[in-house]
Design a binder for this molecule. Structure first.
Ligand code: DX5
Ligand code: ZN
Length: 235
């Protein structure tokens, strides 16, 4: 069986999104997360075309790679991602995720990610049929089910994501392949339990950590505590 490094450490676990972090002090923010036991960082890339917002790009991924050994989970919310995926891998991404809606050449984009040596992920907006991912399971390492419309942190979790996550979990399990299931958007202390119940592997969380009134160290610590409690109640 192929190994998937996203599934080597215990799941479910958090992949904090740095979108809402203090980007002028990114290395310090990463240190705070690492100290809380985080091993996967979620990096949100937006181009102002696929989504109505602009965030960070290839140079920031390269700087992060130089600053940390944490896994870099790069979420491309950009049009025509097949033109850029190789550069993101060369900059140091461990996994690159493209949106099913962002290009007619999804399969080509996934091939290029793998050819460049990274894990390949596919993201689905809330209105996109799951079949877009199930068709591609043989070539995927990660499926990202969006629980918001992408573009901004701090939005409310869409409960329709819960059934979609359960269905995707079942499809991944019956594929027999090692594919990580990730959720992104509105994961916080109020939604965490419902999300964990779906069998998801990676929990993206941004504003619940970086907009916590007591700061990100407390924000991440509270979520990790809550997740640990949920895990032990299920053992
Ligand atoms: C939004 C991004 C998310 C988001 C997560 O388009 O993909 O990663 O910023 O932030 P929260 O946890 O605040 O929804
Ligand atoms: Zn994201």
């Amino acid at each position: 069986m192929t190994t998937n490094k996203l599934l080597e450490s215990e799941t479910p676990r958090f992949a904090p999104s740095i979108l809402d972090s203090d980007l002028a002090n990114l290395a310090a923010q990463v240190d705070i997360l690492a100290a809380a036991g985080i091993d996967t960082l979620h990096v949100d890339v937006m181009d102002g075309r696929f989504v109505p917002n602009i965030s960070i790009g290839i140079p920031v991924v390269a700087s992060l790679r130089a600053a940390t050994d944490l896994l870099l989970d790069v979420h491309l919310m950009i049009a025509d991602p097949e033109n850029y995926v190789t550069e993101f891998v060369e900059a140091g991404a461990d996994v690159v995720t493209v949106h099913a809606e962002a290009t007619p050449h999804v399969h080509r984009a996934l091939d290029r990610i793998k050819d460049a040596g990274a894990l390949a992920g596919l993201a689905l907006n809330p209105g996109t049929p799951l079949a877009h991912a199930t068709e591609l399971l043989p070539v995927l390492d990660l499926v990202l089910v969006m629980s918001i419309n992408p573009g901004f942190g701090g939005q409310s979790f869409k409960p329709t994501a819960l059934d979609r996550l359960r269905a995707m979990r079942a499809a991944i399990d019956s594929s027999g392949r090692q594919i990580a299931l990730e959720v992104d958007g509105g994961v916080n202390r109020d939604t965490l339990e419902h999300v964990v119940d779906t069998g998801v592997d990676l929990l993206v969380s941004g504003s619940a950590i970086f907009r916590h009134p007591e700061g990100p160290a407390t924000g991440v610590a509270r979520l990790v505590e809550q997740l640990d409690a949920l895990r032990s109640s299920r053992r």
